[in-house]
Design a protein around this ligand. Structure first.
Ligand SMILES: NC(=O)c1ccc[n+]([C@@H]2O[C@H](COP(=O)([O-])OP(=O)(O)OC[C@H]3O[C@@H](n4cnc5c(N)ncnc54)[C@H](O)[C@@H]3O)[C@@H](O)[C@H]2O)c1
Length: 257
């Protein structure tokens, strides 16, 4: 797998924080050149300080088509081509449906779902000129499991999962593989408010068979596998990375048997 990335050029969205930062670091550790994009330029400086000119930092708003197109073009101009892409940027701003302002619905859907559509559209246009590539989209366990106040986010993440399958179907003839990852509870800035709530975590961890939140690096390992040559026959599928959370829907009958 290390060899796999030594001469690769990768594009990452959401590269400044959490899972996107972990993917960017892992790609750079394995020798890739990375077009590291985020809405926040500040968080990208960390990668440049550590890995120098193998990183091309670029401010991109994934919900804005012109921004994605320009960011990708500048990166490809710098490194010459594009082999892999990791669409990780995301936001989650929740409210109960009856109180959910339409602007907040649009905000979640525009970043999460429209952002992945726009990213894949422009990544694929470049990759097919290079003879193919691989793309990983970050969905969520919420694509399968709803949560209170999560209607916009969960619906958008379910959309990301189906969009990935549709894109895998359409782009197979161009030599482009696409897969989605559905993380459960991962320890990142996005989840800090919940992770530091003791009573909530005590309850939550009873639903996770591995009894802990995941690390961003554990999601990054799955992402690099799916985008790498070891996954050469895998396209249009989803990988749940959740410590077993999804399989705990059934009540624990042991105390009653
Ligand atoms: N942390 C979890 O438990 C968890 C679980 C399931 C799915 N996810 C998904 O994983 C992805 C990464 O989440 P994270 O936990 O690392 O969050 P994070 O908040 O640490 O990182 C998200 C990054 O996306 C960037 N971003 C936000 N809006 C953007 C925009 N319009 N354009 C470009 N960049 C933008 C932010 O600046 C930030 O750097 C998200 O898509 C999230 O929904 C996270």
């Amino acid at each position: 797998m290390t060899e796999d990335y030594r001469s690769a050029v990768a594009f990452v969205t959401g590269a400044a924080s959490g899972i996107g930062a972990a993917v960017t670091t892992m790609l750079l550790e394995r020798g890739a050149a990375v077009i590291a994009s985020d809405l926040s330029e500040k968080g990208l400086a960390f990668h440049v300080d550590r890995y120098g000119d193998r990183v091309f930092p670029v401010r991109v708003d994934v919900s804005d088509e012109g921004s994605i197109e320009a960011g990708l073009a500048a990166g490809v101009d710098r490194f010459g081509r594009l082999d892999r892409a990791f669409n990780i940027a995301g936001v989650s701003k929740g409210a109960m449906i009856v109180d959910l302002p339409v602007e907040q619905w649009d905000f979640n859907v525009n970043v999460v779902l429209r952002g992945v559509f726009l990213s894949v559209k422009h990544e694929a246009r470049i990759m097919r000129e290079n003879g193919g590539g691989a793309i990983v989209n970050m969905s969520s366990l919420n694509a399968h499991v709803p949560m209170h106040t999560g209607a916009a986010y969960a619906s958008a993440k379910a959309g990301v999962e189906m969009f990935t399958k549709n894109a895998a179907l359409e782009l197979a003839d161009d030599g482009i593989r696409l897969n989605a990852i559905l993380p459960g509870l991962i320890d990142t800035p996005l989840t800090q408010r919940r992770l530091t709530n003791g009573p909530l975590m005590e309850h939550w961890l009873t639903r996770i068979p591995l009894h802990r939140p995941g690390l961003p690096e554990e999601v990054a390992q799955a992402a690099l596998f799916l985008a790498g040559s070891e996954a050469s026959y895998i396209t249009g599928t989803s990988l749940v990375v959740d410590g077993g959370w999804e399989i705990t829907g059934y009540p624990d009958l042991r105390p009653f048997s």
